[in-house]
Design a protein around this ligand. Structure first.
Ligand SMILES: [Zn+2]
Length: 205
């Protein structure tokens, strides 16, 4: 009976390490967590049958599909239409200890005039400086392609405060604005956003 018990115990130790230890890092690689905001019962912004949770998921998936670099390793906080609490997202991200966490969202305002992309970081983050620097680079990448972008904004969002890695909250546009909605819900728009995010990741690598 002793031997099988040992094997089981070792397997349990290996499994617990796999869960709690950051993966072995390769110096050439960059590890990025893409956090598709919302999911399942949490629809986020919602208009004309379009939901924020679907759009964040679609862009996250395109980032994965378009990534052709072995040195860019993309991780996700949710797959498909699952509900994952903010606390569980933070736990998973901090266990991974990535080089960057990018949270994808879609904005909504009363009325239809507000438009454009917004980038948020938290001053309460351990990695505030790096987060702000990354948000600036990402914002510039979109601005260079004639997207309307905000300054880098500060917000005390839970996930931004609690994630140990550099963390940026990216509002990709306003679902309440017709022009933004058209590109956010189009394949081409989603692909352009995903490709720009990948360009940015390669730049900070
Ligand atoms: Zn959101």
């Amino acid at each position: 009976m002793k031997k099988p018990f040992r094997v089981l115990a070792l397997a349990a130790i290996a499994a617990s390490f796999a869960f709690t230890m950051p993966f072995k890092k390769d110096a050439k690689q960059i590890n990025v967590v893409i956090d598709a905001g919302h999911g399942a019962k949490d629809h986020g912004a919602n208009i004309d049958g379009f939901t924020e949770k679907q759009l964040t998921d679609a862009v996250a998936e395109k980032i994965s599909q378009l990534n052709n670099s072995e040195d860019v390793v993309i991780h996700f906080t949710r797959v498909e239409d699952n509900f994952v609490s903010l606390e569980d997202r933070v736990k998973a991200i901090n266990a991974l200890n990535p080089d960057l966490m990018l949270s994808l969202h879609v904005n909504y305002a009363k009325g239809d005039t507000k438009s454009g992309m917004e980038f948020f970081v938290s001053e309460q983050s351990n990695a505030y400086q790096k987060s702000a620097e990354y948000a600036e680079i990402l914002s510039d990448k979109f601005e260079n392609q004639k997207f309307k972008v905000s300054e880098v904004l500060k917000a005390p969002f839970f996930i931004l405060k609690k994630v140990n890695a550099p963390a940026v909250h990216f509002e990709m546009g306003y679902l309440s604005n017709a022009t933004d909605r058209n590109y956010l819900t189009s394949e081409k728009g989603q692909e352009q956003i995903a490709a720009t995010v990948l360009d940015f990741i390669k730049e900070i690598k």
